[in-house]
Design a protein around this ligand. Structure first.
Ligand code: B12
Ligand code: SF4
Length: 468
């Protein structure tokens, strides 16, 4: 189904921010403030997902921002080099975030803290999807976003009446989201490992409903958004903190453009601020030239687009109604005309993939001069409809390999070996010196060029074994 504005659950915007008075009173009544340790575990995958600089963990920063109103909070990020303590005696609550690819590390930390008698919270997309499994490694699983369940969770922590599982009855409006307190990440001794791109959130959810994506399950098909002024104020605060206008923001939104009027108004506001930004965007809005025009004018230098596949049968099977093949070239052209580079995501390994898929993707990338193509192997993530469909055929449930770079199952129309052979060949071809020149000539000399040079080196080293 093509998502359009009429299918979007509109969100009323009452204003309620921060800890409620009753919670604050309850916290004041405690003899001492309880101590929380928040942990971002590194992934155990063999691929380079956590190498180099990493983005500031907005998920845990949001938990810290809320918890910090009532508790003493320390945030540690294993990806930057922080060490998770062996001994948790200095803390009352150990709260860990987890995606699938770092769940084994999250579970190890959870087991340790649980054995020391702590309240252990596991949250994030993997525990949300597999709460039975996660519950073995913690005292409490938190389903979905913390904001929607915070009052109940915080009350129970303060009263010492924890439940094993928290799930909000309904999602709260995004105005319940406090302005993130970045000091939890910026004050880290390893803060220089964080990317200069500042994560920011304007909307949540995505009504498209692709069968491989966790968002429809976690957030339903609703699309919520923050008051535009709050987003702009947050940008202004970073500009002041950094003493410059051209601060670079990276939107963490699933799909920022679903409410066209909001999107346009936000971008007009950003154009006045003089910031730079990038975001994930759905293709179905990009065939209109005015969307790309205002994006370019408001400082967008990169859009991330899930092209996924050049095969219409595959697009249909994944329920990605927002992608129409006949719009691909127009969408690209509109962005390029406005000086916006494209990070294009392409997935392989579907049942309908054949050797032809690789040639078609190569031709598309080269003809349309996609600046930053990213290739992955389709991965059925637990809890998604695709996982249910494929779980009898997946090669393993080794979560460390659920990073979209491992070979998950034998497709029907191509052998696993041929799949990987072509997957590697395509990456090498696209990142060959000559191909880089063809795609990048005349484009601004910025970090996108740099990424291409790195990818040129990286793709030369690719071997089938690393994907197994
Ligand atoms: C932006 C984004 C990225 C960015 C930034 C990631 C980052 N470091 O934060 C980039 C592009 C770098 C990225 C990379 C990847 N991503 Co990504 N990404 C997202 C996206 C669209 C939004 C994440 C986000 O920050 N949202 C905003 C924050 C505020 O919301 P949140 O994460 O949901 O957190 C809330 C709740 O989960 C909860 N919560 C979270 N943790 C905890 C902990 C506790 C204790 C509690 C109480 C609550 C709680 O409260 C939070 C605040 O509301 C999600 C989709 C999604 N909506 O989750 C995919 C998503 C997380 N990515 C995904 C994947 C697969 C990847 C990659 C593996 C892709 C790749 N091959 O490179 C890498 C892995 C990177 C890594 N090391 O984790 C998958 C993960 C699936 C899974 N089951 O694990 C997702 C879910 C998309 C999908 N396909 O369904 N990603
Ligand atoms: S993959 Fe992208 S378009 Fe599809 S449901 Fe997830 S966020 Fe929406």
């Amino acid at each position: 189904m093509l998502a359009d504005e009429h299918h979007i659950a509109e969100t009323p915007i009452p204003s309620d921010n921060g800890a409620s008075e009753s919670l604050e009173r309850l916290a004041r009544e405690q003899k001492t403030r309880k101590k929380w340790l928040l942990v971002q575990p590194k992934s155990a995958t063999s691929m380079m997902v956590d190498s180099g600089t990493v983005s500031m963990p907005l998920n845990l920063i949001m938990v810290a921002t809320l918890a910090g109103k009532l508790f003493d909070v320390t945030l540690i990020d294993e990806r930057t080099g922080d060490t998770v303590p062996e001994d948790f005696s200095g803390y009352d609550v150990v709260a860990i975030t987890s995606r699938t690819l770092n769940s084994s590390n999250a579970y190890r930390i959870g087991d340790r803290a649980k054995s020391q008698g702590k309240i252990v919270l596991l949250g994030g997309v993997h525990p949300t999807m597999l709460h039975e499994e996660a519950s073995q490694h913690c005292t409490t699983v938190v389903y979905g976003e913390v904001e929607s369940i915070w009052d109940e969770l915080a009350t129970d922590v303060l009263r010492g009446t924890m439940k094993p599982f928290y799930k909000a009855q309904e999602l709260r409006p995004m105005t319940a989201m406090l302005p993130p307190d970045f000091s939890y990440a910026l004050n880290s001794p390893h803060a220089k490992k964080y990317s200069q791109l500042i994560p920011i959130l304007a909307t949540k959810g995505c009504p498209v409903g692709c069968n491989f994506c966790t968002t429809p399950t976690v957030y339903g098909k609703s699309f919520r958004y923050r008051e535009m002024d709050l987003v702009l104020d947050e940008m202004r605060a970073h500009q002041e903190r950094l003493g410059k206008k051209a601060v670079r923001f990276s939107f963490m939104d699933d799909n920022i453009s679903f409410r066209p009027q909001y999107f346009t108004d936000l971008l007009e506001g950003m154009a006045k601020l003089g910031v730079r930004w990038n975001a994930n965007i759905s293709m179905n809005f990009l065939h209109k030239p005015e969307v790309a025009e205002i994006a370019g004018r408001s400082g967008c230098d990169l859009m991330s687009i899930g092209f996924e596949s050049l095969n219409p049968d595959i697009l249909k099977s994944m329920n990605k109604g927002s992608n129409r093949l006949h719009n691909y070239a127009t969408a690209v052209d509109n962005l390029h005309r406005n000086g916006i580079a494209i990070q294009g995501y392409f997935m392989f390994g579907f049942d309908d993939d054949s050797e032809k898929s690789f040639q078609a993707t190569y031709d598309f990338i080269m003809q349309n001069r996609i600046e930053f193509p990213v290739f992955s192997l389709v991965t059925p993530f637990p809890g998604t409809p695709y996982f249910e469909e494929m779980k009898a055929r997946v090669r393993h449930f080794d979560w460390d390999k659920y990073d979209t770079y491992h070979y998950m199952f034998e497709p029907r129309k191509i052998s696993g070996e041929k799949l990987l052979e072509n997957f590697i060949k395509l990456q090498r071809e696209v990142y060959k010196g000559r191909a880089i020149m063809q795609r990048m000539q005349g484009k601004p000399l910025n970090w996108v060029w740099f990424v291409n040079i790195l990818m040129n080196r990286f793709t030369k080293k690719l071997k089938q074994e690393i994907y197994l």
